[in-house]
Write a protein that binds this ligand. Structure first.
Ligand SMILES: NC(=O)c1ccc[n+]([C@@H]2O[C@H](COP(=O)([O-])OP(=O)(O)OC[C@H]3O[C@@H](n4cnc5c(N)ncnc54)[C@H](O)[C@@H]3O)[C@@H](O)[C@H]2O)c1
Ligand SMILES: [Zn+2]
Length: 352
């Protein structure tokens, strides 16, 4: 399956997303595959059996969100210099969102930008992170605060990789699928309510639907000047949770699940969304064992942490608030007391 991503620009950045068994890739250039030891042990041979190139180098970075840093990025680019990759060389990201975001960032800056290919191996990266060209690393001030928009030359999504993914990681990916449906597509949401995403056919359909949705949003608003920000539904709250828990307690998708519940609570307080719709979203998150509860210890500190998020560096917070299943609004006008009320309902909650 192929999904075209069309971008209207003077320079055409359009690319294809292939969904299905990884085809044979023939690249007439030097290639560096960036991955981590875990993924390399599981899936590097599979990629190498389908890849031919002038020269192939393997660069491994440490596993985990805590290594999504400038230090890891420097390690990647140093390797590229050591192996004398040039402007026509190609990077391949073999891994989840962490490897994908860092490889893309390295590609965006190496000799002012070279091509890269995404081969996402987690569900989260297959449905979300690998498409759209957002790249970056975390720093002491928060998540993804350093980065670049750099579109991949192609994305190959092979559901075969998911067979080795731990259940928790799989569910974390489903959180982003649910996000996509709540934001943009009621029919998709209703299909998800009936589907079983542990069924290989169903997950393939869900991946394709999510990628199509994201592709549509990105082709309208590549640089996130408007509608693309809707994809941050659940993330404004989720990023604070990730930061507060030092990226160790929850997976990204799990924080997003809790964040969606918080955004829904906000929607409810603003009279924007009906209770039965909120309950349906909660039910769908719980169907895949995603967390929906969280204990905020200090609601003022939680509120202040919003201002570290890059979308609010101008001291305005934009909340992505669902108006119904299949539609969201971007709101920068929400009074602090309403947000504090929402946060208050999470104070003293049993940790989920
Ligand atoms: N660029 C974007 O648009 C975008 C969108 C969403 C998320 N993200 C980023 O993605 C990151 C999260 O991505 P993630 O959830 O893929 O995390 P991850 O990359 O850390 O992968 C999760 C874990 O699964 C392991 N793994 C990967 N593939 C595997 C496989 N096939 N079998 C077994 N284990 C495997 C990894 O080594 C890691 O331990 C975050 O940093 C987030 O900011 C980026
Ligand atoms: Zn996300």
């Amino acid at each position: 399956m192929k999904i075209d991503i069309a971008l209207k620009k003077e320079i055409d950045n359009s690319y294809e997303v292939h969904i299905g068994t990884l085809p044979n890739l023939k690249i007439d250039a030097k290639v560096a595959i960036v991955t981590n030891p875990k993924i390399s042990g599981l899936h590097l041979h599979y990629l190498l059996s389908r890849l031919s190139a002038k020269e192939i180098y393997i660069i491994t970075v440490e596993d985990g969100e805590s290594y999504k840093t400038l230090a890891s990025l420097e390690k990647i680019v140093n390797n590229l210099f050591e192996h004398k990759l040039n402007r026509s060389s190609v990077l391949i990201a073999l891994g989840g969102g962490v490897v994908g975001d860092m490889t893309g960032f390295a590609a965006s800056m190496y000799q002012r930008g070279i091509d890269f290919i995404q081969i996402p191996t987690t569900l989260l990266a297959q449905v979300d992170a690998s498409v759209g060209g957002k790249t970056g690393v975390n720093n002491a001030y928060g998540k993804n605060l350093l980065g670049a928009f750099h579109q991949p030359r192609a994305v190959y999504i092979d559901p075969h990789f998911l067979s080795t993914l731990p259940k928790r990681e799989y569910s974390a990916g489903i959180a982003e699928v649910i996000k996509m449906a709540v934001c943009f597509d009621k029919d998709f949401f209703e299909w998800l309510e009936k589907a079983d995403l542990n069924n290989p056919e169903h997950i393939k359909t869900a991946i394709a639907k999510s990628v199509k949705t994201k592709a549509h949003v990105v082709s309208q608003d590549e640089k996130e000047k408007g509608i693309r920000a809707a994809l941050n539904y659940g993330h404004t709250f989720g990023h604070v949770i990730e930061n507060e828990t030092k990226y160790t307690r929850y997976l990204h998708g799990e924080s997003v699940a809790i964040g969606m519940m918080m955004a829904n609570e906000l929607a409810s307080r603003l009279g924007m969304m009906k209770t039965d719709e909120l309950m349906r979203i909660k039910k769908l998150l719980l169907k895949y064992d995603l967390p929906v509860a969280y204990d905020i210890v200090d609601i003022e500190a939680f509120y202040q942490a919003f201002f570290l998020d890059k979308k609010s560096l101008d001291s305005k917070i934009t909340f992505i608030v669902p108006s119904h299943i299949g539609g969201v609004e971007l709101r920068s006008d929400i009074q602090k007391d309403i947000v504090m009320d929402v946060l208050g309902t999470y104070s003293g909650q049993i940790r989920g």
